[in-house]
Design a protein around this ligand. Structure first.
Ligand code: AHR
Length: 503
């Protein structure tokens, strides 16, 4: 089937904030310990305990920001336990994630060193649930105070003379659940109080937002913005609201389904769940528009991705799952939607970067071998969209679609952007069995130096392992051509294709 599309290359669309390609690292399972951090005494090459192979691989993704230390862990984390000489740091129990001992060896200084190695901006989630306003305000001061203060002196005594640059600051996490079980009204008041006393220079404060489709939560926080006046709220309390949305396939939390062993029905249900991120962003953006039509308040999807049953034999609290071509297509669909909502969505963070949920990298606990997942490759292939101008794409019907339960899944997904005279088009064919052909009218534009990459495999469940690390990896693709101002692409079943060129 041939699908017609028009890319409005003449329009000056909104800029795709590079921060929608953000990441998330929680003290959960083997994300930090064994993933990012192995300790200075490890045989794995490291700098200050941070794994260098992981850093090197992630640098290829131009990671714009990294969120830390949680997640649910953030609202139990007391930052002072994670500074000073490591042997003297107190331990705690990570009650949310497996009940394991947390030795606090990876703390503020280690996280900031990791961000410096990655070239990523830090996004720190402060503790509202079990912390205090003073504790959070002092953490900001410890990190960012230029000049003299008790916290700046403490930081210097711990070996860091210069303040760090920290912009992104989360006021708690999931306040409706693990972050304190608050009502929206309770949390709105807390967000104002905590936000008021976090006084770092240039801090961009992010209020803990809704659980998926809970638009009422967003409405409560936005009413506060409307009531106090946008200027006042954003100058004192918060600049953005977050929302969390996971792609769930199974019928319930107890049966989310296997990450690798799934049938075609489950595959399509995953795609329907992923595509609903459009409804999610549209709904929250519509509520925000009522109170903030000039779009001063940002929307931050700071947790997204697939959530399947853990790999057999692994700790259920460690959320360790394999990652297949299906996950890659979930990611590509999300990015298409992010590009379409570029005028409201200012940041997004996939959960989580290493070894947890929809990871970019999996490391073997015994051999320490590192594997790049199919999702990693989508981030890499889409790098050129970061800070690019989002181009409006009109897919012209009849579009290929299929019924999935009560829903209808459109099986071709697409987005495009332009940066520094270069066009990047991302195309996904979600159909498990049938190819699709796309013919794109460039509205008078012509593409030169055409190049294309494809990410696909024999089956949607294919994945990479230390023995077979490139089963799902991008390859140069010749199924794309340009003639007479039209770009043509043949998309094999379950494939992701990027096309680039000068425009
Ligand atoms: O990413 C795993 C968990 O999912 C986070 O800790 C929490 O915020 C969410 O419920």
């Amino acid at each position: 089937m041939t699908i017609e599309a028009v890319i409005n290359v003449d329009l000056d669309g909104p800029k795709i904030n590079r921060h929608v390609y953000g990441h998330f690292a929680e003290h959960l399972g083997r994300c930090v310990y064994g993933g990012f951090y192995v300790g200075e005494d490890s045989s794995v090459p490291n700098e200050g305990g941070i794994r260098l192979d992981v850093v090197e691989a992630l640098r290829e993704l131009d990671i714009p920001n990294l969120r830390w230390p949680g997640g649910c862990f953030a609202d139990e984390y007391h930052w002072r336990d994670g500074i000073g000489p490591r042997p003297g740091r107190p331990t705690m129990v990570n009650t949310h994630w497996g009940g394991v001992e947390e030795n606090n060896h990876f703390g503020t200084h280690e996280f900031m060193a990791l961000c410096e190695l990655l070239g990523a901006e830090p996004y720190i989630s402060g503790n509202v649930g079990s912390g205090t306003v003073r504790e959070m305000s002092e953490w900001v001061d410890y990190l960012t105070r230029d000049g003299d203060s008790p916290m700046a002196r403490l930081r210097k005594a711990n070996g860091r003379e210069q303040p760090w640059k920290v912009r992104f600051w989360g006021l708690g996490n999931e306040a409706w659940g693990c972050g304190g079980n608050m009502t929206a009204v309770q949390y709105a008041a807390e967000a104002l109080r905590y936000g008021t006393y976090c006084r770092g220079n240039d801090l961009y404060k992010i209020a803990a937002g809704a659980n998926a489709f809970d638009f009422a939560w967003t409405e409560t926080l936005m009413k506060q913005v409307g009531h106090l006046g946008c200027r006042r709220v954003t100058s004192t309390a918060y600049h953005a609201l977050s929302v969390h949305y996971y792609t769930i396939t199974g019928p319930s939390w107890d049966e989310k389904g296997s990450a690798t062993a799934f049938d075609t029905g489950e595959y399509y249900r995953t795609m329907v769940s992923a595509a609903r991120v459009e409804e999610l962003l549209a709904g929250h953006a519509a509520v925000m528009d009522c109170y903030d039509p000039n779009r001063n308040v940002g929307l931050v999807l700071d947790e997204w991705g697939t959530w399947f049953d853990v790999e057999p034999g692994t700790n259920p609290g460690f959320l360790h799952q394999q990652n297949t071509l299906r996950d890659a297509l979930v990611a590509s669909v999300h990015f298409d939607v992010f590009h379409r909502y570029a005028d409201r969505l200012v940041m997004a963070n996939i959960a989580q970067t290493v070894n947890v949920l929809q990871a970019m990298i999996l490391t073997d606990p015994d051999s320490h071998a590192m594997v790049l997942t199919p999702t990693y490759h989508v981030f890499r292939m889409n790098r050129g969209h970061q800070d690019a101008t989002s181009l409006r794409v009109d897919l012209r019907g009849p579009l290929p679609s299929r019924p999935v339960g009560d829903a209808t899944l459109t099986t071709v997904s697409m987005s495009a952007s332009r940066r520094d005279g270069r066009l990047l088009v991302s195309l996904s064919n979600l159909d498990a069995d049938s190819p699709a052909d796309v013919e794109i009218d460039l509205r008078g534009g012509t593409v030169h130096e055409l190049g294309a990459l494809i990410l696909t495999a024999a089956a949607p469940g294919d994945h990479n392992t230390p023995r077979s690390p490139s089963t799902v990896a991008p390859r140069p693709y010749d199924g794309v051509s340009v003639a007479g101002g039209r770009l043509r692409a043949h998309l094999p079943p379950h494939s992701f294709v990027t096309v680039s060129g000068t425009l």
